[in-house]
Design a protein around this ligand. Sequence first.
Ligand code: C2E
Ligand code: MG
Ligand code: MG
Ligand code: MG
Length: 286
Amino acid sequence: QAKNHDRVQAMVFSEEMYRKASSRLDLESQLVRVLEKNELRVYYQPIVEVSTENVVSFEALVRWVHGERGLISPLDFIPIAEEIGMIIPIGEWVLRQALEQVKQWRAEITGVENLSISVNLSALQLQDPDFVGVVADALSASGVDPVALHLEVTETMLMSDVDVAVETLHALRALGVSLSIDDFGTGHAALGYLRSLPVQTIKIDRSFVDGLNRGDPKATSIVDAIVSLARALDLDVIAEGVETTGQLAELRQMGARLAQGYLWSRPLPPDQVPSWLNEKRRAGST
Ligand code: C2E
Ligand code: MG
Ligand code: MG
Ligand code: MG
């Protein structure tokens, strides 16, 4: 009896493993052709000024519109794209797409002439000897002022091959683009790196912002400490994942300059951005 039961469980387990492995193989082989098949989309999430709630920037966030599975999250396919090297062409595509998009919005929508755009990088791009040239080319092809481009890297990305990564950051900075540390506080990096890296902005990870205004004094202290640290180091700060007006009020009190989150908008497909901006302007601020 017991033996039988074990056998059934073992079978169910291996079927599950098989399904997972083969679904991953499917995704891998389909990812190779994702650009030819034009299945990637870039969504855009607004970044606002805490004091005025005016929109100053958008973050570009990639999605995969899969034939059978629908919209696939970057959390589910970026790691696979990194493993098979596809992140290099995908990352370049997102960058070019985002630059064309911000150029168009700056030209066509009133009140956003100084809009900037944030693009997430992968560790592999920082290790790619061609990457700085790709960024330079994408900037000149789009005609977007380099100061309007913000590239986001994580602490963890810098730790893989530090020398190459740091050299790339300096070369990017020399192009005039600005650099942000994404998911700040989650990466186990020693804080000293903030002093030596050419970084202008830190993005406070959502996991800390989430604890604001919930009677979680430790989360509040952490966010407060990061805001103070940023101020002391003359860095700009963005709070990620702001969902409530209570969290916004706390951030205002702390003097955090910028914020991003569902409180203002989820990431939007680009065709919804102009009407969202106009709606927001009608409702009051920008
Ligand atoms: P991230 O760069 O930290 O982006 C912020 C993530 O938080 C986004 O998830 C966004 O939709 C989500 N978010 C924003 N506000 C809120 C909020 O108020 N509440 C909650 N619960 N979530 C919020 P998304 O779009 O699924 O992206 C996940 C991650 O995938 C990104 O994290 C980034 O690390 C990566 N990623 C996205 N696009 C790209 C890309 O083009 N290249 C690379 N290398 N990575 C990307
Ligand atoms: Mg990001
Ligand atoms: Mg983040
Ligand atoms: Mg992240």
